[in-house]
Design a protein around this ligand. Structure first.
Ligand code: AMP
Ligand code: GLY
Length: 417
């Protein structure tokens, strides 16, 4: 099978790494990719948001399957363009990707499917926003309706800051604060059958102790030793299957990856958000534990054959990933700094720990930073303690001037708290 992956993040590197280890994959391409992905896939230049360009590339390469990684191309309709060219694609249609592209749309689907989520108002004027903020009280939760790379949400006790964010967005969702630990649960679906993956936890805030601004995600781990073993079954029944069924009923069937961002509150599980693609950095730890070869799963979802797939196989190992971000992320990041130590990780820490590239590019012999989240050091171990020790040991060999990372990824879960 020839596979083309669209995207250039650590998530796409993780996808490409798994696909490159799959004996059914005879050729692996990635566009546009990055310096790390170039080691496992053949890179091609393409504007990932241009459906015609992506489908032309897929046809030219003779791809049997296209996997669209990030949300922006999905929301732009890239999967539709590839499907129209007759090539199976893993990723939802433009209409179905609205589950991520519009928070208001997601809320409407959840209401239709009776999926538990925070009570919310959609507001378009400062007066409406002020009224909604007053109705819910602190902490205030204000979400930009559109795509914002994980940075469109403000959670604050400061009424002026909440109003300022609301007024800076055209349309906002203001909602009740959900208290409790967060879980990311991914499910692969062909629009009918839903196949949950293993749960993971992401660290959204920039700084240790969950301080600082929201980011795209600074680290993740899986499994979750503290979670109820029945969590996945419960979320399947109350969230994932009803949502997929509702999308089909509405005439916008969802195929690809349905990402449920959940809060485990004292009153039960609530959906914080849906995404229409693999999460980053959770994918790095979920795929590190998946033993079933990936290409067949993605192809079955793309062609409507998930019901025929044997149960997924998982490793008992734990996985931890720690994101290394540029100076000033999540603000405008500094780029163009050399990254060193990557060869040392490959020589001394593989195969248990490895680097997955995100914002990197090659400049002559050097690899330099090219984005906010630069790379993600992933490790597996017998338990979370071993996995995190290995991840941080490997990370210590990587040098990037001015870079930042959290030092407490999976620490609480590893200590049994
Ligand atoms: P989202 O983009 O909707 O995932 O929001 C980003 C982050 O903001 C989430 O991962 C949560 O940490 C936080 N957040 C969003 N909505 C809520 C909520 N209703 N209550 C508490 N925290 C929230
Ligand atoms: N890890 C958060 C996201 O992928 O949106």
């Amino acid at each position: 099978m020839k596979v083309l992956v669209i995207g250039s993040g650590a998530r796409e590197h993780a996808l490409c790494r798994s696909l490159s280890l799959d004996p059914d994959v005879s050729a692996l391409y990635c566009a546009p990719g990055n310096a790390g992905i170039a080691e496992v896939a053949e890179l091609h230049q393409v504007d990932a948001l241009d459906g015609a360009a992506v489908s032309a590339l897929a046809v030219e390469l003779g791809a049997d399957l296209v996997v669209v990684g990030p949300e922006a191309p999905l929301v732009a309709g890239v999967a539709d363009a590839v499907r129209e060219a007759g090539i199976p694609v893993f990723g939802p249609s433009k209409e179905a990707a609205q589950l991520e592209g519009s928070k208001a749309f997601a809320k409407a689907v959840m209401a239709g499917a009776e999926v538990p989520t925070a009570r919310s108002y959609v507001c378009t004027t400062p007066a409406e926003a002020a009224e909604a903020l007053d109705a819910f009280g602190t902490p205030y939760v204000v979400k930009d309706d559109g795509l914002a790379a994980g940075k469109g949400v403000v959670v604050t006790d400061d009424l002026d800051a909440a109003k300022a964010h609301a007024n800076a967005c055209e349309r906002v969702v203001i909602e009740e604060f959900l208290d409790g630990p967060e879980v990311s649960l991914f499910a692969i679906t062909d629009g009918d059958t839903v196949l949950p993956l293993q749960p993971a936890q992401d660290f959204k805030r920039a700084l240790d102790g969950d301080e600082g601004p929201n980011t795209g995600g600074m680290g993740a781990y899986s499994p979750l030793p503290w979670a109820d073993p029945k969590l996945v079954d419960e979320v399947m029944q109350t969230v994932l299957q009803p949502t997929v069924d509702e999308m089909r009923r509405r005439g916008t069937p969802f195929s690809g990856l349905l990402y449920a961002g959940l809060a485990i509150t004292s009153r039960g599980v609530r959906v914080i958000e849906f995404n229409a693609r693999f999460g980053d950095p959770e994918t790095q730890v979920v795929l590190a534990r998946l033993k079933t070869p990936l290409a067949g799963i993605l192809m079955a979802a793309a062609t409507g054959n998930l019901a025929d797939l044997p149960p997924l196989r998982w490793s008992d190992e734990a996985a931890v990933t720690v994101v290394v971000a540029s100076h000033n992320y999540p603000g405008t990041p500094r780029t163009g700094d050399p990254i060193t130590g990557l060869d040392e990780v490959a020589a001394q820490d593989a195969p248990h720990a490895y680097v997955l590239h995100a914002g990197t590019r090659r400049e002559g012999d050097a690899v330099v930073s090219a984005g906010g989240r630069v790379l993600s050091v992933t490790a597996v171990g017998e338990d979370l303690t071993e996995a995190r020790d290995r991840a941080y040991r490997a990370l210590a060999r990587v040098n990037l001037d001015g870079s930042q990372h959290r030092t407490d990824i999976a620490a609480k879960a590893a200590s049994g708290a």
